[in-house]
Design a protein around this ligand. Sequence first.
Ligand code: ADP
Ligand code: ZN
Length: 208
Amino acid sequence: MKIVILGAPASGKGTVAKKISRDFNIPHISIGAMFRENINKKTQLGCQVEQYITTGELVPDNITCDLLKIRLKQKDCENGFILDGFPRNVNQAKFLNEFSAPEVVLLLSITEQESIKRILGRLTCPKCKEIYNLSFYKNSTCKICGTTLEHRVDDNEQTIKKRFDVYQKETKPLIDFYNDKVVEFRGQDDPDSLYDEIKNFLNLNLMM
Ligand code: ADP
Ligand code: ZN
């Protein structure tokens, strides 16, 4: 199954994608996470993209599409994948269609207000990538691996506004682009019931 997950920043794409990956045994591919790993490791690619990420702009398509192509050619993508954060504009979507078109596009809807609240409270574990939110989790270390939690470099008030604008202008047109492949879910719902709905939907679709 080839799935794309769309939604505003912090709509819950990463959390849902992680669960789909586990339950349907397909790799979770987050271009943003791959970029951040490269920034942390100070690779050449990391240096190239750091400026864009910290200001909330899109990394240029040639860099992003090249990275995605290399990833999708790996053997674990043979039976499908869940793409989180790609495509983010129509040009990237056309590229993906030529390379390996998705069968279904999950859209998580969320208000701007809720998105901002979540982003400002978001903490992540730099080691195992678990995501936490300050409103629910009061510790400063990861409950899975004990590592000290961090704020993402781009999770700050200045960058959020930009990321939201980019979403409205560049990414939202993908809803029309994908048209009848799009299935919308309420990202605002509590994470467990949201995922139950998505899982049921995917199971039904798999049987067809
Ligand atoms: P979020 O969805 O919360 O904004 P991501 O990890 O998906 O988080 O993206 C973080 C940043 O990485 C983006 O703001 C952008 O700078 C860069 N990025 C991620 N995916 C893409 C993409 N497909 N094209 C260009 N830039 C991207
Ligand atoms: Zn951890």
